[in-house]
Design a protein around this ligand. Structure first.
Ligand code: DGL
Length: 280
């Protein structure tokens, strides 16, 4: 089974594309809605919450987990892969022998998107995301690792997640705030813009309109889905451990009724979630 994790609904904009690209696979989507948003929280808190979520997904039978959350990918992924995962494997997998330790994986959303950005940019990349994602500097670090002379302008847009979750997508106030927010990136003439937050694809058309023809706006969903497909083709040993009965489960740490109401907007079709409790 593949686990998909996000702080709330947002990861559904990524999962929508993954589910379409890999229809035969079994999935569990987990939204930590009770503690969302993560975007203004500290690195320590985001890391702790992400560990609890991945642990829960592993316990459900997932061997591969995608952090479909930019905030978790930028603030928790590296430490989780380097410190927590080896300990988990030693504590659980090596003891009970059910899962081969080398087949347990946690992936993020940043790497596939920056690889795509590097392919198309003429040298000026913009990144928009939550406060925590931007403060982590993860996008700049990873982009400059692949292409040292790329100029990266990162910008936090903290008002957008609440506006989207309040259903203010088409409102003139939201358009005005977006226009105001994006001015610095327009001035810097970025030629490629990464939507580094799972909620922002809901406003994709507005971003495209505001940034103009000179800028390519990257929607992470299709890029992450294609990258995961490619990853599984390159790692048949991991693919072989994933069940394929087209089962899709949705779980939330908060009210499932609210999750079902909003989830449809993000996922593109109706969802039915169960309520779960995470523990450390
Ligand atoms: N899912 C988060 C992200 O992609 C946005 C919502 C939040 O702040 O928790 O960064």
């Amino acid at each position: 089974m593949i686990g998909i994790f996000d702080s709330g609904f947002g990861g559904l904009t990524i999962f929508k594309h993954i589910a379409r690209a890999l229809p035969a696979y079994d999935f569990v989507y987990l939204g930590d809605n009770a503690r969302a948003p993560y975007g203004n929280r500290s690195q320590e808190t985001i890391y702790q919450f992400t560990v609890e979520a991945v642990d829960w997904l592993f316990k459900q039978g997932c061997t591969l987990v995608v952090l479909a959350c930019n905030t978790a990918s930028s603030e928790a992924l590296r430490k989780l892969q380097q410190e927590w995962l080896p300990q988990y494997v030693a504590r659980s997998d090596l003891r009970n022998g059910e899962v081969r330790p080398q087949h347990r994986r946690v992936l993020g959303v940043i790497r596939p998107v920056i690889e795509e950005a590097i392919k198309i940019t003429k040298g000026k990349v913009g990144v928009v995301g939550t406060r925590a994602t931007i403060a982590s500097g993860a996008y700049t670090r990873e982009l400059q690792k692949l292409k040292s002379d790329v100029t990266v302008s990162e910008l936090a847009l903290p008002l957008l997640v609440p506006l989207i979750e309040e259903g203010w997508v088409g409102k003139p106030e939201t358009k005005r705030i977006l226009r105001y927010y994006l001015r610095p990136l327009q001035k810097e003439s970025v030629d490629t813009l990464i939507l580094g937050c799972t909620h922002y694809p809901i406003l994709l058309d507005e971003f495209v309109l505001k940034m103009g023809k000179q800028c390519r706006v990257l929607d992470p969903g299709p890029i992450v889905a294609a990258s995961l497909q490619n990853y599984l083709a390159r790692h048949p040993e991991i693919d072989a451990g994933l069940s394929k009965k087209s089962v899709v489960r949705f779980a939330t740490t908060d009210d499932p009724v609210r999750f079902n109401q909003w989830g449809g907007t993000f996922f593109g079709k109706s969802v039915k979630a169960e309520r779960v409790v995470l523990s450390s």
